[in-house]
Write a protein that binds this ligand. Sequence first.
Ligand code: NAI
Ligand code: MG
Length: 333
Amino acid sequence: MHTITLIPGDGIGPEITRAVQDIFAAAQVPVQWEEQNAGQTTFDQSGELLPQALFDSLEKNRVALKGPITTPVGKGFRSINVSLRQKYDLYQNLRPAKTTEGISSRYSGVDIVLFRENTEGLYAGLELWDEHHGIGDSIARVSVAGARKICRAAFAYAAKHGRKKVTLAHKANILKVPGKIMLDAAAEAAREFPQVQYEDKIIDNMCMQLVTKPEQFDVIVTTNLFGDILSDLCAGLVGGLGVVSGANIGDDMAIFEAVHGSAPDIAGRGIANPTALLRSALLMLEHLGEKEAATRIEDALNETLRHKEQCTGDLGGQASTQQFAQNVINNLK
Ligand code: NAI
Ligand code: MG
């Protein structure tokens, strides 16, 4: 039995986490949940965005499933997601994007796994405001150690999952210093995994190629900001943010979460689509070594997605969040 920290989150978070819990219970997945909240809800109750009890639970269980969190707008509030990633060195942001039958998209045959460096680059928090001269700087910090870790993770994943190719996306022609660090780190990882092909592409060309011929890409590795943008682009290739999963992984902790936010416009109405969070939960099962349970639920999810009428409104159906979950449960073999 695995104990998982469950962060229901804000907005639609509690509705979609409940759906995942129901599906896991019906499939008799060997996990038990330890619920600890964070975000707007806990802030309203206790004045804390990230309570100590959550840190304790994460440090004990080392694996979490997280609903979306609303970061209160205003001075002094750092993004909770960025805070957690940096505090626990969750340096890999894993974002798979795969064409699924039943989910409409302009493309077919897309099957990309993106590795975004998750703690450095332009998100390192090195921001300077020189009021006297009216100049603002954001420093893109890339460390050799960080570049090696993310590149190696991408190649190790490719080798483990029988993937053919890793593409490094960069801008080394202009951003020469961080670019060279990434190129060197990727070349080093490529030597360690000779069974995986390696190529590098400049980020602007990469964007063009992704929207014209996405099926040529397999595993992509890149720095934080490029990864943030490319991963949303890749989500757009396969049906949008409502259906893609995500994971923040470090050497000794992993937090799995959907890519979308707390959707305040539809919160509390029971109509949110739990697919993205469910898929993130399936990544979590694989991470835990529960591959069989993950495949069984994935098959049931895919069967549900093939029938529009079994899906939620954003996918063209009329099912509520709970009905959708029930349909997945009914489709379990
Ligand atoms: P959002 O992703 O919450 O919503 C964008 C649009 O997509 C809305 O129309 C929403 O109704 C729809 N949508 C999102 N998820 C859906 C689902 N599962 N089913 C059906 N429709 C869905 O993005 P927005 O509005 O920019 O952000 C809202 C809040 O979420 C903000 O406070 C933001 O900071 C937070 N956020 C949190 C994230 C996280 O915790 N990982 C990630 C992104 C945003
Ligand atoms: Mg983003």
